[in-house]
Design a binder for this molecule. Sequence first.
Ligand code: NAD
Length: 298
Amino acid sequence: MGFSNVYGVPRWGQRDDVGAAVIDGKGIAAEIRAEVAARVAAIVADGGRPPALATILVGEDPASQVYVGAKHRACAEAGIRSLDVREPADCGRERLIEVIAELSADPEVDGILLQLPLPDHLDGAEFVDLIPPAKDVDGLSTASTGALWRGRGALAPCTPSGVMELLGRIRFDAAGRRAVIVGRSELVGKPLAAMLLAANATVTICHSRTVELEATCTEADLLVAAVGKPGLIGPEHVKPGAVVIDVGINGLGDGIAGDVDFERVAGRAGAITPVPGGVGPMTIACLLRNTLQAASSQ
Ligand code: NAD
């Protein structure tokens, strides 16, 4: 079954040199950010207060500092107010509980994002669970996870939301399709499985202990890689015409690469996301949208 006629519309960046339609995550993310900015501007024009996101960063992990900085810049561009709460690396358990409680009680804060990972002496899952579901814009708490699986309208984790949004914008209808997700993390693989099930796909999750990974992947109409191993997915894993979504971000000496061997897989897939410029930009766009949603429902 070939998908390229559906996904090969010029808007998604058909590239003659690779065969597959290359899904323009950067462009789609920019559209979502512009949509959020327009809705924020309308709220403010109506005399409302702009949505507000608080991030909490504990310690000085360089990658986390970059991620938090990018989130604040994106908020500023969308007209969302952001609070940058920082605690030292030796922040104690009681102090972090207090910080989260203060932000939870603050009626002017709509969303709370605890940047992970935390320093080793703090258990991230314990603190994420202290964020009230209505402010859990990362959608990673136990309560949000349960609500997602129950289909109860929770704020959903940003990266799998970004994947679903990409699928929606290329008009991929998951109903009745075979979806295979490689990776079972709480952050990506598991919540994406819940979302694809809700969209009526038949979902398989593969992981590090899966046997016959290749055979399972080749059954997929939709193949999602969220592993963290550059080039793990090659053309031998891909059914001709399948949609291939690469969530992986792997630092290489001179840039980043995904989990999919892009150049070789693109010759076989119907549509594919590049790295960079695919799923990555969608994560922040969906965080902005979740913050707007949290503000609207409070
Ligand atoms: P993780 O380390 O928590 O999970 C990796 C998963 O891959 C595990 O479930 C593991 O069982 C599975 N796995 C490992 N080796 C495997 C193998 N050989 N075959 C099959 N499965 C295997 O990672 P994560 O947090 O889900 O992140 C995965 C990747 O996605 C990373 O590269 C990460 O940087 C990236 N990521 C990107 C975004 C984004 O915004 N685009 C967001 C989150 C994560």
